[in-house]
Design a protein around this ligand. Structure first.
Ligand SMILES: *Cc1c(COP(=O)(O)O)cnc(C)c1O
Length: 417
């Protein structure tokens, strides 16, 4: 695949409209971002040259961390080379000296980078059904030691949002929070921390584009660890963790992915700063949300089987409260994020084809029409939930989206779903 430009990419030499990228605002191609990158290269060179704890940490890192602290109103932030590394590091560092009665309680649909690290710890891994608060409560009852509760902001495969405000309430009711588990390990007191991975929300949702922490119903101070990547809507690479000073100090001393890894390239850090500024100040997010609305309207008009979500208003008391105050909360049962899953199903007369094969065939049929929409298969999604996953971007035009809808309808006729 060659690089993507204005929503067009090329696969094996065939040009196609790209509905498979997480570059939701097109910032990876933004001239000002590229200019910052180039200036950063000229000023600081191609790489950091060492780990942050040796000599790799310089001014652009400090400035990017500071910007994150300001935006999220958190006292500290740390940069990681990727979101994958950040998630692995957070879990591993928090539970490195853990006990068997410690627990990691997380949404069933958490990203592989989190789950893999959680499985490797002594702590119990307790997964609650997606966005199911009753199930979360029952899992919390099984957790007697230090507990990390984790969810995503915008879920990567479903495009819906974690019930963060309600989860925060459950987590605080259970036990007092502490800056770091380790500070009180010796007296074996029990603490609960809440973490959110907002890889797909950062730059996309919220008043200021900061993600789910920026929604009316969520209080960022209730969340101990906010993690997101710069590799998606920000269009560069690397990731951040925003937290308390004590927790950041702890990670600097115990998170191996931080200590034993070369610092993020300084030029990349500068480009990320520029990109975040553009994300906040430009009309790109507005354009993205217009595209999302356009796609949703057309898809529903054409009876395309968009994935249905549990309605937030039915689940969250705080959402109802916020609505009474006139705040805007998405209560639709369809995704309001850039991620739009289409749950195509074989019809009775499609010759016994499996859901997975149908998705792969539909993706190929779309490609033949010049439209790139990936098929998402198991184990990324549960069996029977294989799907087409459309991701929208601010760089798509209305016509691009109409071409996508047409192609989906043609593939439906061709394959009988
Ligand atoms: C992409 C993603 C990550 C990993 O981020 P990278 O910076 O790409 O390594 C972590 N969590 C979620 C939910 C993601 O979608």
């Amino acid at each position: 695949m060659s690089h993507s430009h204005n929503g067009v990419t090329s696969i094996d030499g065939q040009p196609c409209l790209n509905f498979a990228s997480n570059d939701y605002l097109g910032l990876s191609q933004n001239q000002e971002v590229l200019q910052s990158y180039v200036e950063g290269l000229a000023q600081y060179g191609a790489g950091a040259g060492a780990s942050s704890v040796v000599s790799g940490y310089i001014k652009p890192h400090y400035e990017l961390e500071n910007l994150i602290c300001e935006l999220f109103n958190k006292p500290a932030a740390l940069l990681f080379s990727s979101g994958f590394a950040a998630n692995q590091a957070i879990v591993a560092a928090l539970f490195a000296n853990g006990h068997n009665d410690d627990a990691i309680v997380c949404d069933k649909l958490m990203h592989a980078s989190f789950i893999d690290s959680a499985l490797a710890q002594k702590a119990k891994l307790l997964r609650f059904k997606h966005n199911d608060l009753n199930h979360l409560s029952s899992k919390l009852k099984l957790a007697s030691g230090n507990t990390l509760v984790a969810t995503e902001g915008v879920f990567s495969m479903d495009g819906d949002m974690g019930e963060l405000a309600a989860i925060a309430k459950l987590a605080t009711v259970r036990a007092p929070k502490l800056d770091s588990f380790t500070t009180q390990k010796s007296v074996h007191s029990v603490h609960t921390m809440l973490m959110v991975d907002d890889a797909h929300g950062f730059g996309v949702v919220g008043k200021n584009g900061l993600g789910v922490c920026d929604l009316d119903e969520v209080e960022p101070n209730d969340i101990d660890v906010i993690m997101a990547t710069f590799g998606k809507a920000i269009g560069t690479a690397g990731a951040f963790v925003a937290c308390s000073e004590a927790l950041a100090d702890y990670f600097v001393n115990f998170a191996k992915h931080y200590i034993y890894s070369t610092a993020v390239g300084p030029a990349q850090a500068l480009a990320s700063i520029k990109s975040i500024q553009i994300m906040q100040q430009s009309h790109l997010r507005e354009r993205l949300h217009e595209n999302i609305a356009h796609f949703r309207t057309l898809a529903l008009e054409h009876d395309l089987p968009l994935l249905r979500h549990k309605r937030r208003d039915a689940n969250t008391a705080t959402a109802a409260g916020a609505q009474a105050l006139g705040a805007t909360i998405n209560t639709s049962e369809y995704s309001s994020s850039a991620i739009q899953p289409i749950l195509i199903r074989p019809q009775n007369d499609s010759g016994g084809i499996s859901q997975e094969n149908l998705c792969v065939r539909a993706s190929k049929a779309l490609m033949a029409l010049g439209i790139f929409v990936p098929a998402i298969r198991t184990p990324t999604v549960p069996k029977g939930m294989e799907r087409l996953r459309v991701t929208l971007s601010a760089v798509h035009t209305k016509k691009d989206i109409e071409a996508l809808i047409d192609a989906l309808c043609i593939s439906r006729t061709q394959l009988g779903w």
